[in-house]
Ligand binder design. Sequence first.
Ligand code: F6P
Length: 371
Amino acid sequence: MKEIKKIALLSGGGDCPGLNAVIRTITKTAIEKFGWEVIGYVFGYRGLYTNNYIDLTLDKVEDIYKEGGTILYSSNKDNLFDYLVDDGKGGKVKKDVSDVGVENLKKDGVDCLVVLGGDGTLTSARDFSRKGVNVIGVPKTMDNDLSCTDVTYGFMSAMSVGTEFIDRLQTTAKSHHRVILCELMGRDAGWITLYAGLAGNAAICLIPEIPFTLENIVKCVKERDAKGLPYTVIAVSEGAKYADGTKVIGKIVEDSPDPIRLGGIAKQLEGQLEKLIPNHEVRSVNPGHIIRGGDIGAYDRILSIRYGVSACELINEGKFGNVVTINGDKMGYTSLEEVIGAAKFGRQKHVDPNGELVRDAKAIGVCFGDE
Ligand code: F6P
């Protein structure tokens, strides 16, 4: 194996708390333990295409252990295998410009590209690996929906902020005997809503994996009234589905490889429930990106150290084409081919509607709107 002298990082897709902590860990381990040089391409794959990078040095990363976001910035639009370029006639056309990325890596003397991202970003990582580039993936997503690993960095931090929202809604819902819906991100996976909902004692959790009916929500609110609990906080995933499979689309981002953005279900449910529960005022909040921003939670800081060090160890051992994973308490790795294959064929990690956590939640009376 060729001796490693220089590695490059990039972060792609939606940001989340933990990216900076991983950047820091990899930079420190690479420089201090292995003696490698480290650069970071800016704005994800776009930086690789334009050869826009910064040197990652110890002083640049020392204080970013708890800083949310990414000092390398991120883009969820720039797929170099299907990239928008000028068509020479004043318009734009999509083209495979990945060879430019490969050339830039060569020009910059990069021996391994470390990609921090979720399924979209890691799909390109797999494609670069197929082109012979040495690549290592470090799985990021606050949605926690990557099936190769038990937990992705970003999830715990986002979920903790979601919990705080629900905690705060409890007291005001109680004072006014209101029903308040709190919408939480997570795409088509209900992890954030389920965890934050349970941690914050939401009486109702509506998640994509368990379709709901309005009737069942109303029934639960009425049962709470009868029990002397005349207020209800509902945690609802942005991707929650009605029993007929309908979900609410917030917007279409035309130039994104994954153009559908979910959002707006809490507001819609507010209007519907208001008519069905006339004895309560109904309100809704959608914290949106707020749960994605801010400081990195303590758990994610530790997870980021573990992911970052393991990524460097894989590089040192020449185990390219893999994604770092954690299963139980053990760090490991899975091939990019397998990780992307699973995501592509709908084998994302979803909440098991018949699993222990849902069962336990139901045991303490949490309603999922399905019965
Ligand atoms: O995948 C992370 C995520 O925050 C999802 O939970 C959410 O649906 C989506 O990204 C929002 O994307 P954008 O930042 O483009 O609005």
